[in-house]
Design a protein around this ligand. Structure first.
Ligand SMILES: *[C@@H]1O[C@H](CO)[C@@H](O)[C@H](O)[C@H]1NC(C)=O
Ligand SMILES: *[C@@H]1O[C@H](CO)[C@@H](O)[C@H](O)[C@H]1NC(C)=O
Ligand SMILES: *[C@@H]1O[C@H](CO)[C@@H](O)[C@H](O)[C@H]1NC(C)=O
Ligand SMILES: *[C@@H]1O[C@H](CO)[C@@H](O)[C@H](O)[C@H]1NC(C)=O
Length: 424
């Protein structure tokens, strides 16, 4: 057969002019070679622009993902050029360790400054702490700044007119503090700003629309307080106003979209409270409204984008709770919503930029490192990646870049200096 073909070819060729490129095998080889080159070009284009290109949301910035232990130096060192490598992965959210604080702390406070830096104040790690430190999200470096005049934990820390007001707390010899101090970020210094009329710790604060600060309840020198005071930043004075009906500490206070302040639950003696009171800044009065479905103390409360308030976990003294409930301001009523996957007390709750709520940690062993996310649209909880470190009585601050900075807290009952960022 083969010989016959060759023969017939040569017969045909013999009828044509004798040109070498007219030989059939040369033509076949040429076409095949061109075809191979085209295939190779297409394959290399595919490889370059489709397969090796990372898909946008799956890209992890390797410079962000680097362990940041090198960023804890007090003096910035010149950094090598940033890595530009990208890695593809299915992870879309998670935790990254960031620099360690200079002091281990629990029951400290955190405030995000106008500059985007985070000021950490006081806390406890054996002694009570007067030290404060600043976190710079752009360098991930912690810098010790000037100390407060008083060591304190379980105080309040709020941003007003660009300054940070801290007030009260518990200090050396378990002394309840009435003193207040203002931090000025431009000079990084503290100045005392009057004293509250009542020493207190585990109280709460809410900044009203008129920029005055409402300071609510807490544990005073001789027990739980229903006493409320108003701080006026323009005169730096403290004034006792209308009291709440119930004395309480370890409660929450949330400023609603209508400007009223919602005070929820807390410790009411030997029991946890389900009682809820509403402060109206226009009439300067308190009203007791519908109670929650479950009494709770050391819970969290978060104002959602839809104006409702999500309350999570806490303790009813005999048990840690996984239940959650929603307050609806227009109807002033409570409804239970999906329960968390684990009971939590001494945890944090952070409203993410996407409107979901991240809760982390607890002082119960099993949920120490765990984290879960509430979706207001489905009213359900989803377990997300656990933190790298167990935490309770820690802080969580939403940074301007959308990440959530978690700092310190109790880990096996010891204060921790670790910090980590949640990203999504
Ligand atoms: C990667 O992270 C570095 C440092 O945080 C930042 O400067 C850079 O803009 C980031 N790049 C991208 C593509 O996000
Ligand atoms: C943080 O605490 C660990 C363990 O106690 C310690 O080894 C480390 O030096 C501390 N880091 C800083 C920056 O103080
Ligand atoms: C802060 O506390 C430390 C240790 O107790 C003390 O040495 C220091 O003087 C205090 N600083 C201020 C400003 O009170
Ligand atoms: C505390 O919570 C537990 C678990 O939800 C429940 O069984 C118990 O009845 C509650 N106790 C009080 C006093 O509410």
């Amino acid at each position: 057969m083969h010989n016959n073909q060759v023969h017939s070819e040569s017969v045909i060729e013999n009828n044509e002019p004798q040109k070498w490129w007219h030989r059939r095998w040369v033509v076949i080889a040429g076409i095949s070679f061109s075809f191979l080159i085209i295939i190779a070009v297409i394959l290399s284009l595919l490889l370059k622009f489709v397969i090796l290109v990372p898909k946008g949301s799956e890209t992890i910035n390797v410079t962000d993902a680097l362990p940041s232990s090198t960023t804890t130096e007090a003096t910035p060192i010149s950094t090598p050029p940033l890595l530009t490598t990208t890695t593809t992965t299915n992870r879309q959210s998670g935790w990254l360790n960031t620099g360690s604080m200079n002091y281990a702390r629990r029951q400290h406070k955190a405030s995000v400054l106008a500059s985007g830096k985070v000021l950490i104040t006081g806390g406890y790690n054996g002694p009570f702490l007067n030290s404060t430190e600043l976190y710079d999200p752009s360098t991930e470096i912690w810098t010790v700044t000037n100390s407060m005049n008083h060591a304190r934990r379980d105080h309040i820390s709020v941003l007003i007119n660009g300054k940070v007001l801290v007030a009260g707390g518990i200090g050396d010899n378990n002394y309840r503090l009435d003193g207040a101090e203002l931090y000025d970020p431009s000079t990084e210094t503290w100045a005392t700003t009057g004293s509250m009329n009542n020493a207190r710790y585990s109280h709460t604060s809410s900044v009203l629309r008129n920029e005055k600060v409402l300071v609510i309840g807490g544990v005073g020198s001789s027990g739980l307080l229903n006493i409320v005071e108003l701080y006026d930043p323009s005169t730096e004075t403290w004034t006792v106003i209308d009291s709440m009906k119930h004395a309480r500490g370890y409660h929450t206070s949330s400023i609603l979209k209508n400007g009223k302040v919602l005070v929820i639950g807390g410790l009411g003696g030997k029991i946890a409270l389900n009682s809820v009171e509403l402060y109206d800044p226009l009439t300067e009065t308190w009203t007791t409204i519908d109670s929650m479905n479950h009494a709770r103390t050391s819970h969290t409360a978060s104002l959602l984008k839809n104006g409702k308030v999500l309350v999570t976990g806490g303790s009813n003294i005999s048990h840690e709770l996984n239940s959650a409930e929603l307050y609806d301001p227009p109807t002033e009523t409570w409804t239970t919503t999906g329960s968390m996957n684990t009971p939590r007390v001494g945890h944090t709750a952070s409203l993410l930029t996407n409107g979901k709520v991240l809760v982390t940690g607890s002082n119960t062993g099993s949920s120490h490192k765990s984290a879960e996310i509430y979706d207001p649209s489905t009213e359900t909880w989803t377990v997300t990646d656990s933190m790298n470190h167990g935490r309770a009585y820690h802080t969580a601050s939403l940074l301007k870049n959308g990440k959530v900075l978690h700092t310190g807290g109790a880990q096996n009952n010891m204060a921790s200096n670790t910090t980590e960022l949640y990203y999504d």
